[in-house]
Design a binder for this molecule. Structure first.
Ligand SMILES: Cc1cc2nc3c(=O)[nH]c(=O)nc-3n(C[C@H](O)[C@H](O)[C@H](O)COP(=O)(O)OP(=O)(O)OC[C@H]3O[C@@H](n4cnc5c(N)ncnc54)[C@H](O)[C@@H]3O)c2cc1C
Length: 496
């Protein structure tokens, strides 16, 4: 008899959710995590009197208790909801392109439309039509894709069949003329990691629909609270966890998973493995190439490692209002050309990189000690140029980039630099170190249309092996938590 029914590799969102879902149904589960805390990206760290949120800026798909979104339902099924407090944000986002555009969007659909129409009166009708289209199209995406309607046909889902793979830029160009309006409507592309020209409109529609219909949220105490709650529930359900314990090998016999070897040399027999480690770690490092069907490597060779981030975590000695930070989510743009903006993510310099300033204290003054606030300044950056630096160059570049971003933040939020009490900086190499993912890829692979989950089913290519998380589908909290739950359902079906 195997030591465990399931060994879960990685305690990120998907690993935690998968482990908990299996344990709650009576499976014997062991969770292995290479780091010393649970959460992966969903963690925090402390400096001085501040506890900094690593990653979560806007939680999607929550909805209210009265009108639950899909994520609330997933969390509810695990029983962690009662342990957590979710804070609804009062704004969708503010977009600032200094000297050209400054618009803050509310969270209600009609108010979003009205605000955009007031700012761009020449495109009033197109704005209304665009939102009607987003809603009609996404209703079909839900039926055809998420609910997997067995009667799917072009007659029943005409918008889905026509637009599912059309890129976001094409749709924006079809509806609008003003590049600033297109900018105001598409800043969420940075949440997917590829610019509108490469981003399937189904993804952009999902973001707009989900954040408007179910509102953006954050978690009281930050995402670490969610990771801790998932872990505590997992332990209460009888699950076992080992931190500082990387998986080193998944052992396959006769085409099926039989055991996991840890970096500490222990061999643990199991009926199933759920990997939340990156796809490259799983299929190149943890598995022997003879055990992996060749098509897996072909599939991966056609993909590219996605973006990571450069983030400045700021603890400030004043409330956000004093610095003119009145919205939680602030996109500061340098160009209306998203392709040019995206090109900046492949360079070291932050001089021309658009960035996001996220400040939870706007919606929740208790997020940091009284009279203070904390903010994250974050911009997309790929790892390659960082990997080419020597240690001393790395140190210099890190601070040069931080100065560049802070100088630009100062222009939009005067006084921000002189109010800094604590500061820390994360680069793509920081994410590589803490997550163990190639390139520090917090979104997994680049999310191009050709690699969409519409085409690449997350089915296990090896008996007993299941995978979940940002490397195996869409990235973000809602998708990764959901993918952990659905991988667990597949495992439970096999175990039965
Ligand atoms: C700066 C930043 C901002 C973001 N902002 C948002 C946002 O506002 N909204 C949103 O929805 N999403 C956001 N995201 C994305 C989101 O955080 C991630 O997509 C999501 O958390 C990834 O979850 P995951 O399940 O893929 O696991 P990951 O978080 O990738 O964790 C994987 C875990 O596996 C462990 N592991 C790896 N290899 C091994 C091994 N061999 N053995 C044992 N353990 C191993 C790692 O240590 C890690 O704990 C952001 C991410 C970052 C970095």
């Amino acid at each position: 008899m195997a030591d465990f029914d399931v060994v879960v590799i990685g305690a990120g969102n998907a690993g935690l959710m998968g482990a908990l879902t299996c344990a709650k149904k009576g499976a014997k589960v062991l969770l292995l995590e290479r780091h010393n805390i649970p959460g992966g990206c969903a963690t925090s760290f402390c400096r001085g009197r501040f506890e900094f949120e690593i990653s979560l800026h806007q939680l999607s798909g929550m909805g209210s208790a009265e009108r639950p979104g899909p994520l609330r339902s997933v969390l509810n099924s695990t029983g962690v909801l009662d342990r957590l407090e979710f804070i609804e944000m009062k704004d969708l986002y503010r977009v600032t392109y200094p000297g050209k555009l400054d618009i803050a969007l509310p969270t209600e659909k009609n108010a979003v439309v009205a605000k955009l129409q007031e700012t761009f009166p020449k495109e009033k009708d197109a704005i209304a039509k665009f939102f009607d289209f987003v809603y009609a199209f996404f209703a079909e995406v839900i039926g055809a894709f998420y609910l997997a309607d067995p009667d799917i046909s072009p007659q029943k889902y005409p918008l889905y069949f026509k637009y599912a793979l059309v890129d976001t830029q094409t749709i924006l160009d079809e509806y609008f003329k003003d590049p600033l309006l297109k900018l105001a409507l598409s800043v969420y592309w940075t949440y997917m990691g590829v610019p509108p020209r490469h981003l399937p409109f189904s993804d952009m529609a999902a973001l707009l629909f989900s954040y408007i219909e179910f509102k953006p949220y954050h978690l009281k105490g930050g995402s670490q609270m969610l990771s801790n709650a998932l872990l505590e529930s997992f332990r209460s359900a009888g699950g076992k966890v080992r931190f500082n314990c990387p998986a080193e090998r998944i052992i396959i016999q006769n085409g099926a998973v039989v055991a996991v070897k840890t970096a500490l040399g222990e061999e643990i027999s199991t009926r199933c493995v759920l990997s939340n480690a990156s796809a490259i770690t799983t299929f190149v490092e943890l598995l022997h190439e003879n055990d992996v069907p060749a098509h897996m490597y072909e599939q991966m060779r056609a993909r590219t490692v996605g973006t990571s981030f450069f983030t400045i975590y700021l603890g400030m000695d004043c409330e956000p209002g004093r610095l003119g930070i009145n919205e939680t989510t602030n996109f500061i743009s340098t160009t209306e050309d998203a392709d040019a903006d995206y090109a900046q993510s492949k360079r070291l310099s932050c001089e021309k990189s658009s960035f996001l300033l996220s400040c939870y204290n706007v919606a929740d003054s208790s997020f940091s000690p009284p009279g203070t606030s904390q903010a994250a300044l974050v911009t997309m950056k790929y790892a390659e140029p960082w990997l080419r630096l020597s240690p001393s160059q790395y140190y210099d570049e890190k601070f040069r980039c931080a100065e560049q971003l802070l100088r630009r933040a100062e222009k939009v939020f005067p006084g921000i630099t002189s109010s800094i009490e604590e500061m820390d900086i994360a680069t793509p190499l920081t994410h590589m170190r803490y997550l163990g993912h190639p390139g520090g890829g917090a979104y997994g692979f680049d999310q191009y249309a050709k690699d969409s989950t519409l085409f690449v089913p997350p089915t296990p290519p090896i008996e007993g092996l299941y995978c979940a998380g940002s490397w195996y589908g869409s990235a973000g909290y809602q998708p990764t938590l959901t993918s952990g739950a659905s991988a667990a359902r597949a495992i439970l079906k096999k175990l039965r």
